[in-house]
Design a protein around this ligand. Structure first.
Ligand code: PMV
Length: 363
């Protein structure tokens, strides 16, 4: 599919008012997306586990205006309160998707959103937030174009979420989602995420992710700036090639359930992501001393316990501790005994693999 396929034909139905709600989760990348081209096209393919507990719930109420508005008309409430500082993000999103959702200026929207995790946790809410909002808008579009297939609905919702925040396009479905063209997956696209099509061993069907909140402060360098710094980065081409290779290697690993090889790729991906940050111009470091302390303790514990606990990182100091269901008691004991001391205010979030977004209401 191309971008043009997401521009709708004139709508066949009118909808004067209504309300829709979706709950959409966050996701954690195993092969990381870092670097993009124009219009949120990823520089390399990525794959993620969809999460379950870390999610955003969004309700959108809409009311048709008498005539199209000159600027987008919406009210925004975050956890019950008006949030003027979130408005620019929504404005930018609306601008980017207007071509694909030409009804946007015809309505006044009331957007009510809340997160299951504390806003100041340093957990990015853009993936869950943008995917939930994209789904709500698609639900309205489906009312205007009845007969839309479920497959098209999902693809377009992911396509729109991507325009809000790249990694958001991987949050709509579960449990493993790939985004970006890769030779082993003919369905893969740079425009939207697709469910991982290959065989996946049962060991990867129930994975835990305990998110250790090492630093809850505002990041010094945003993802947007970080992606930008991959342009002209001395190691960019090698990195993009490596992501393709890691995705190819994961195919057999997922099939066979080889946890040792899985760990090697996942941890290398996390450290490579941060190595890219440390070697860009200007360079920057998002890890904190406690991030490294936790990583070293995971390595020591893994060696002595023979378990398959590993870590990954997103663009921040927090550590995602990944482990399979059959080792959960032993690993969780280790986390509480040894790692929580290195979290800010001892805070952590328990999550696990999830299966994507859920419709809450539509009328
Ligand atoms: O979706 P963005 O633009 O916030 O970028 C997210 C990038 C990483 O989280 C670091 C990696 C990924 O693939 O999710």
């Amino acid at each position: 599919m191309t971008e043009k396929d997401f521009i709708p034909s004139p709508y066949s139905r009118v909808k004067s008012e209504g309300k829709v709600g979706y709950k959409s989760p966050s996701n954690i990348a195993l092969v990381k997306y870092w670097g993009k081209k124009e219009n949120q096209i990823p520089a390399n393919p990525s794959i993620s586990f969809t999460l379950d507990a870390c999610a955003t719930t969004t309700y959108v109420s809409f009311e048709k205006l008498l005539k199209p508005a000159s600027s987008f008309s919406f009210d925004l409430f975050f956890e019950g309160e008006a949030k003027p500082d979130f408005r620019p993000k929504i404005e930018t999103f609306f601008k980017r998707v207007e071509l694909y959702l030409p009804f946007l200026r015809n309505y006044h929207f009331k957007i009510e959103t809340s997160n299951s995790f504390p806003h100041s946790s340093g957990i990015a809410s853009s993936a869950s937030g943008m995917s939930a909002l994209a789904l709500c808008l698609m639900a309205l579009e489906r009312e205007l174009s009845p007969g839309m297939s479920t497959e098209f609905f999902s693809k377009k919702a992911s396509f729109l979420a991507r325009l809000g925040s790249g990694s958001a396009c991987r949050s709509l479905e579960g449990d493993l989602v790939q985004w970006g063209i890769h030779k082993d997956n003919l369905e893969s696209s740079n425009l939207y995420g697709v469910k991982y099509p290959h065989e996946v061993h049962s060991i990867f069907k129930k994975f835990h992710d305990t998110i250790l909140l090492v630093d809850k402060g505002e990041k010094q360098v945003s993802s947007t700036v970080g992606h930008e710094l991959m342009h002209g980065h001395p190691f960019a081409e090698q990195r993009f090639k490596q992501a393709h290779e890691n995705l190819s290697r994961l195919k057999l690993i997922f099939k066979e359930g080889n946890l040792d090889n899985f760990i090697e790729i996942v941890e290398s991906e996390a450290l490579t992501l941060h190595a890219m940050m440390m070697t860009s111009h200007p360079y920057f470091i998002l890890m904190k001393p406690n991030t490294l302390e936790i990583i070293n303790r995971i390595w020591a514990f893994r060696k002595r316990s023979k378990t398959h606990v590993c870590f990954t990182l997103d663009a921040g100091a927090n550590v995602h501790v990944l482990y399979p269901e059959n080792e959960k008691d032993e690993v969780f004991q280790f986390i509480t005994d040894e790692l929580i001391a290195f979290c800010q205010n001892q805070q952590y979030l328990c999550d696990k693999i999830g299966f994507g977004a859920r419709l809450l209401m539509s009328n």
